[in-house]
Write a protein that binds this ligand. Structure first.
Ligand SMILES: CC(C)(COP(=O)(O)OP(=O)(O)OC[C@H]1O[C@@H](n2cnc3c(N)ncnc32)[C@H](O)[C@@H]1OP(=O)(O)O)[C@@H](O)C(=O)NCCC(=O)NCCS
Length: 355
C-alpha cells in the first residue's frame, strides 16, 4: 500500500457536514471542524512502522502507544486503530478499538485508549472530539505521560465525567531498555542483564502456558477482583499472546503471567499462600520476559507502590525503573449507571489498582 493510500481520510468534508460537532464546549465549533478535517487514521503495516519508528525516539514517555503500535504493525490481532491529530507532523496519537468492537458501554477493559502526545497541554481539543474518544461510555485511558493528569480531568469536567487515576512504577528488563531507551543508556549505568533468581522445585512445579479454561481464575486474582469485561480481555490475551504458568502438584496453575495488547506483562499471582516466597513469580518473570525478548517484543510491566514483595522482586531481578510513571484514568459518565456484575459494587465502575 502506498504512502498516501495508507492514510485513510476517515472524515471527509461531506461526513463533516452531516455530523454534529461534539468537541469540548470550550472549543469553538470552527476550530473543532478544522481539527476533525486534519484527523487521520493510519492504516497498513508500512504506515504503522513509520509511526513506530517515530515513537521510538520519544521512549519511555511514548511506551504505552509504542508497545501497542508494535503489535498492530505486525498483525494487529486486536483490530485497533491509530488516530493522529495531523500527519506526518503529529502532536498526538490515540490508539483505540474500532467502533464496532466497543458495543458494551460498561466494558471499560474493552473501551481502552492509549495516548501519547509530544505536547500534552495542546491535545485536549483532539481528545475531546467524539470521533477520537467516546466519552459516553465507561473507558480507560492509559499513558506514560503524567502531564495528561491536568488535561484529562479538565476535559472530563466539561463532559460530566468522573475520573479516577491510578499511578504505578514502570519497569523494563535491562536488555530491552538498553536497546530502546537510549536516553537511559546515556543517563545511568544500566545492568547488562537481569539477575537470575534462586532455583525453584522443578519436581513439584512444571512449566506450561495458560489456556482458555483459565481466564476465570486469572481474573479472580487480578488485584483480588474481576468482572466479565476483564475476563473477556484476559481470554483474548491468552488466545493471542504468549503466556506462562507453573502447574502445581494437582496439575492446575499456581502462578502465571500474561501479556496485554500494549505489550505489558500483567498480573502474576501465586495463588496459594503456602506456595508463596518460594521464588515462583521471580522464576516465571525471569524466563518469560527473556522468551518475549527473543521474539523481539518490547516488554514492560508496572508495579503498585504498595506491593512491597513485587517491588522487592523487581529490584532483585535488576529490572530497570523507568523515569516516567504508568498512569491509567478510569472515566465514567455520571449519567451512565452500571448494573452490578457478579454482585460487585461501584468499585468495579470507577476502577482501582491494576484494573
Ligand atoms: C505478590 C505475589 C505475586 C508474589 O509471588 P511469590 O511467588 O510469592 O513471589 P516470590 O517467591 O518470587 O518472591 C518475590 C519477592 O517477594 C518476597 N516475598 C514474597 N512473599 C514474602 C513474604 N510472605 N514475606 C517476605 N517476603 C516475601 C520474596 O522473598 C522475594 O524477594 P527477593 O526477590 O528479594 O527474594 C504473591 O504473593 C501473590 O500472588 N499475591 C497476591 C496477588 C498479587 O498481589 N499479585 C501481584 C500483582 S502485581
Amino acid at each position: 500500500m502506498g504512502y498516501k493510500n495508507a492514510l485513510r481520510p476517515d472524515f471527509s468534508a461531506s461526513i463533516l457536514r452531516k455530523r454534529r460537532l461534539t468537541a469540548s464546549p470550550t472549543i469553538p465549533a470552527s476550530q473543532a471542524a478544522a481539527q476533525l478535517r486534519r484527523l487521520r487514521c493510519l492504516q497498513g503495516s508500512q504506515m504503522l512502522q513509520i509511526l513506530e519508528k517515530s515513537l521510538r525516539k520519544s521512549l519511555p514517555e511514548s511506551l504505552k502507544v509504542y508497545g501497542t503500535i508494535f503489535h498492530m504493525s505486525q498483525r494487529n490481532p486486536f483490530k485497533l486503530k491509530a488516530l493522529v491529530d495531523k500527519w506526518p507532523d503529529y502532536n498526538a496519537v490515540v490508539v483505540r478499538p474500532e467502533e464496532q468492537n466497543m458495543t458494551d458501554n460498561f466494558g471499560h477493559y474493552t473501551n481502552t485508549y492509549q495516548i501519547y502526545s509530544k505536547d500534552p497541554w495542546n491535545c485536549q481539543e483532539f481528545l475531546g472530539i467524539s470521533e477520537v474518544t467516546n466519552w459516553k461510555q465507561h473507558l480507560q485511558i492509559r499513558s506514560s505521560h503524567s502531564s495528561l493528569d491536568e488535561v484529562i480531568p479538565n476535559l472530563a469536567s466539561t463532559k460530566s465525567i468522573k475520573v479516577k487515576r491510578t499511578q504505578r512504577i514502570l519497569y523494563m528488563m535491562p536488555k530491552t531498555a538498553r536497546t530502546l531507551v537510549l536516553s537511559l543508556l546515556q543517563a545511568k549505568n544500566l545492568p547488562p542483564e537481569m539477575r537470575r533468581p534462586k532455583p525453584i522445585n522443578e519436581e513439584l512445579f512444571k512449566h506450561a502456558s495458560l489456556d482458555i479454561t483459565h481466564p476465570a481464575l486469572v481474573t479472580r486474582f487480578w488485584h483480588f477482583c474481576g468482572n466479565e469485561s476483564s475476563q473477556r480481555l484476559i481470554e483474548r490475551c491468552i488466545r493471542t499472546f504468549p503466556t506462562a504458568c507453573l502447574l502445581g502438584p494437582e496439575g492446575t496453575p499456581v502462578s502465571w503471567m500474561w501479556m496485554d495488547q500494549t505489550g505489558e506483562l500483567r498480573t502474576g499471582a501465586t495463588v496459594v499462600p503456602k506456595h508463596r516466597a518460594q521464588g515462583l513469580i521471580s522464576h516465571l518473570l525471569y524466563f518469560h520476559i527473556q522468551a518475549l525478548d527473543e521474539l523481539g517484543f518490547p516488554t514492560s510491566n508496572h508495579r503498585d507502590r504498595a506491593n512491597k514483595f513485587i517491588q522487592k522482586m523487581s529490584e532483585s531481578l535488576q529490572l530497570v525503573h523507568l523515569p516516567c510513571d504508568w498512569s491509567q484514568w478510569n472515566c465514567v459518565p455520571v449519567t451512565l449507571t452500571l448494573t452490578p456484575v457478579r454482585g460487585k459494587g461501584p468499585e468495579d465502575v470507577t476502577g482501582g489498582a491494576d484494573r
